[in-house]
Design a protein around this ligand. Structure first.
Ligand SMILES: NC(=O)c1ccc[n+]([C@@H]2O[C@H](COP(=O)([O-])OP(=O)(O)OC[C@H]3O[C@@H](n4cnc5c(N)ncnc54)[C@H](OP(=O)(O)O)[C@@H]3O)[C@@H](O)[C@H]2O)c1
Length: 272
């Protein structure tokens, strides 16, 4: 069974709902195999950033040595001015070996000051708009850990996609997902499993047969149960994780509201 696909906001195309967060993937002896398997299993959205050490270089090697014709690469810049953001776009293109990067995001714009900086005349948003005009990138996104900035970004109409944290550990983003759905902004869910600390604890529980419903598969189901979510990008350093997550995505059926509350309660009890 293939991984189901969903529209990428109102951009006019669909992508498989499972992507790969390649932030930590380079820090693994199986880095190359992990990304290659993801592509072989039909994942397309691969998330990286200028600031993820070794990540763009790893993906560039995969592009050259494995091939990644169907992949949809998303990178990000922490730079806040137009000229430095454009410089970063060109560095990413060089390292990834791509003429055009599918999605380029303003990275971690999580304070009102940072939002004011990137949206000011001469700010990084202007740089990404110019990069899009010259064909260096196709879509513009933003990642944020602030619900306030997320609302401003969605309402601005300037972004094709927004990257937000959303999981049973962090359900607070739900109203922003609703708003993104109304406005046709694609939602990319970061940390859908709650991050590496929690997943390490969950793996410990699984090994002892004590995880109950708090499994990675159910956490992915939770995030994907919101219809405005376009793609979830669990991080992975090993092929087995990708294989498991792909199986969960293939078998996806939404949780009902009662099951979602139950999973949130189990998530809240993780460290009790
Ligand atoms: N824009 C931002 O500011 C920002 C911030 C944070 C993250 N992100 C993006 O979001 C992505 C994901 O975030 P994240 O990696 O912090 O959190 P996450 O996806 O919630 O969790 C990743 C952790 O889950 C483990 N894992 C994955 N699949 C598993 C499975 N089936 N069973 C057991 N464990 C599993 C991984 O283990 P292994 O690593 O050992 O394989 C890793 O430790 C990042 O890669 C990055 O692309 C963006």
């Amino acid at each position: 069974m293939p991984i189901p696909s969903r529209p990428f906001g109102s951009a006019g195309f669909d992508l498989p709902v499972l992507g790969l967060g390649a932030m930590d993937t380079p820090h693994s002896p199986a880095a190359f195999e992990t990304v290659a398997l993801a592509l072989d299993l039909g994942l397309r959205f691969i998330d990286t950033a200028r600031d993820y050490e070794g990540s763009e270089h790893l993906l560039g090697r995969v592009v050259r040595e494995h091939g990644a014709a169907d992949a949809f690469f998303a990178s990000k810049t922490f730079r806040r001015t137009a000229s430095s953001a454009q410089y970063e776009v060109d560095r990413s293109r060089q390292v990834l070996g791509l003429d055009t990067i599918h999605l380029y995001q303003l990275h971690d714009v999580s304070t009102l000051e940072a939002w004011a900086q990137v949206t000011a005349p001469g700010g990084a948003l202007e740089g990404l708009q110019a990069a899009r005009e010259r064909g260096a990138i196709r879509h513009i996104g933003i990642s944020t850990h602030s619900l306030e900035v997320a609302r401003l970004a969605i309402e601005s109409g300037a972004f094709d996609a927004i990257m937000l944290e959303y999981s049973a550990f962090y359900p607070e983003s739900r109203p922003l997902l609703d708003l993104s759905g109304e406005r046709g902004v694609a939602v990319v869910v970061m940390r859908p499993l709650g991050g590496s600390g929690r997943t390490s604890s969950i793996r410990g529980l699984l090994a002892r047969g004590a995880a109950g419903i708090l499994t990675p598969a159910n956490l992915l189901r939770y995030a994907l149960s919101h219809p405005a979510v376009s793609v979830v990008i669990p991080g992975a350093r090993y092929p087995d994780r990708v294989r498991e997550n792909a199986a969960a995505a293939e078998a996806f059926r939404p949780l009902d509201p009662a099951e979602m509350r139950e999973l949130e309660a189990a998530a809240a009890r993780l460290y009790e």
